[in-house]
Design a protein around this ligand. Sequence first.
Ligand code: ATR
Length: 263
Amino acid sequence: TDRYAVLGNPISHSKSPMIHSLFAKQTGQDLCYEAIEAPLDGFAATIERLRHGGYQGCNVTVPFKFEAYHCATELSARAKAAQAVNTLSFEGDKIIGDNTDGAGLVRDIEQNIGISLAEKNILLMGAGGASYGVVLPLLTAGAKLTIANRTASKAVELAAQFSAVTGGGYENLAELQFDVIINATSAGLTDSEVPLPEGIFAEGALAYDMMYGRETPFIKFAREQGAQVADGLGMLVEQAAEAFFIWRGVRPDTLPVITALRG
Ligand code: ATR
């Protein structure tokens, strides 16, 4: 039995062990997957313990994605663009870092929700770690991307790392319309005001919140504005499926797993 884990702090509420067990069962892969709480000052030591304890790889979540990026001896292009790693593979002396978050987001929107991103006007809200993780895959899907952030300079800085991406503050959005608006801020955790002008959703637009588990003020606003809405549960399952594919070379069927998690 091959061994995998997800490392985070805290980690007890992680759905990853359940998702990967369902994938393993469905594809007939012989593996186990557990949740491990690494000490805040002991991420690198935990990685060494896993590598020498016969694990094949691990996922990494808050707050260790940046440390995982530095632990890796090799990085994929999307991990480099994200400046963060959520998937590590241990191969001999090599620690290969990848980031499947953006691919998970794109796949959820395109395959599960059924909206092609090519040539669409996309607004990404936020310029923190969650946003860094998804920009390159959104561009690869052909999206025309604008990034807005409360602290405008951070959106400008993120946008500047790519060509043809606009970044700025929310005040620049007046009169504009978007086909897809993605909330990658942590603002859903509080009932703060949504910093978007009315009328910002184009006809038939999608509002996608990377958060899941409760209706955020962003989703409530989007509904009131007539947009189609989606939460981040599909992205969670799809980023896991992409990690499973990296490790096992098999792509699990995600829809039954998303359905099972929705309960
Ligand atoms: P994460 O890794 O989840 O992206 P982060 O790096 O701390 O977390 O980034 C949080 C993001 O949410 C930032 O873009 C932040 O905006 P600032 O850069 O201006 O701080 C955004 N954010 C948090 N609370 C917000 C709020 N109440 N309104 C608007 N944006 C908010």
